[in-house]
Write a protein that binds this ligand. Structure first.
Ligand SMILES: [Zn+2]
Length: 298
């Protein structure tokens, strides 16, 4: 069975530099090296080298293609370099803050010049509402360029920020799948992806997806949000998601990010075992593990 990963982070040198720029104890220009050491990561090196490492890793695990997210505004160019180097294997996503003054310019450049395919919104992190007109404007551009919009809803923790002692004043109320449903319904041709089954807003995510046939869910990460629901299991979540949205709108993902840890095979093993345990047919599994991704990012 072919596997595509719809959710990986491209933690480039530039990503680390932008992320840690407020750590004034680190000399400018040294952030990537110092931060990598602090975190126990391999220094990412230039984007081309990191892209090559990703492809070696995907080969090792027989993963056909992966979406790589530029995980901070301003790092689109790193992912652009990676996908230009391996266009058949890597799909470029990027984090955009639609409330920033340069958002419109960044969005157009990333989708047109750099051929990225997915815009990632983190409303809780950047403090804007999903019914804001700047979000609508983002959807308009995505629609005109055939791009997907990925929207992080629910609980949000950024492990790397925590480890570096960076503040994370997130407003979790802003990551509401029901607010997303309003704008998603206005752009039915734009594929919308809610990661981690809504990260704690499972019910709202299923309601939003039931109303909007363009909303897809990604299965990525350990789904640690299950702890907010007494007794809830990944099996029950998968079963319910399949019942409400069906196999055509679930996208397998791992949330892999840094090296040497690399691709998170145990997430695949766990999700495969879960789908087998609840008796999901091979054709449906094929859609979840690769078919849907290949259709959206052909
Ligand atoms: Zn992620």
């Amino acid at each position: 069975m072919q596997v595509c990963d719809a959710h990986c982070h491209f933690f480039s040198s530039r990503f680390l530099e932008i992320l840690a720029k407020d750590r004034r104890d680190i000399a400018p220009g040294d952030h990537a090296a110092v931060v990598s050491t602090l975190l126990g990561w391999d220094p990412p090196g230039p984007p081309d080298a990191l892209a090559d490492r990703w492809v070696v890793e995907l080969d090792r695990h027989q993963v056909a293609r992966a979406a790589l997210i530029a995980s901070i505004p301003g790092d689109e160019e790193s992912v652009a370099a990676a996908i230009a180097r391996h266009p058949s294997r890597l799909v470029g996503f990027f984090m955009l803050n639609p409330s920033a003054s340069d958002a419109a310019e960044r969005l157009l450049r990333a989708l047109s010049d750099w051929k990225l395919r997915g815009v990632c919104l983190f409303p809780a992190m950047h403090h804007y509402r999903l019914d804001d007109e700047r979000v609508t404007a983002t959807f308009e551009v995505a629609a005109s360029r055939g791009a997907a919009v990925f929207v992080h809803c629910g609980v949000l923790t950024v492990g790397v920020r925590k480890k570096l002692g960076l503040p994370s004043p997130f407003n979790l109320r802003l990551g509401d799948p029901l607010a997303l449903a309003t704008v998603a319904a206005r752009f039915p041709k734009v594929p919308v992806i809610i990661p981690h089954f809504g990260a704690g807003f499972l019910r709202e995510t299923l309601m939003a997806a039931d109303q909007c046939p363009n909303i897809h869910l990604d299965t990525s990460s350990t789904n640690g949000w299950l702890k907010y629901h007494p007794g809830l299991t990944l099996e029950a979540v998968m079963r319910q998601a399949l019942e409400v949205v069906g196999a055509d709108r679930l996208l397998f993902g791992t949330d892999s990010s840094f090296f040497p840890r690399g691709w998170q095979r145990q997430i695949f093993d766990q999700q495969k075992a879960t789908l087998d345990a609840i008796g999901v047919a091979p054709e449906a599994q094929e859609k979840i593990f690769s078919g849907n991704f290949q259709r959206l990012f052909a």
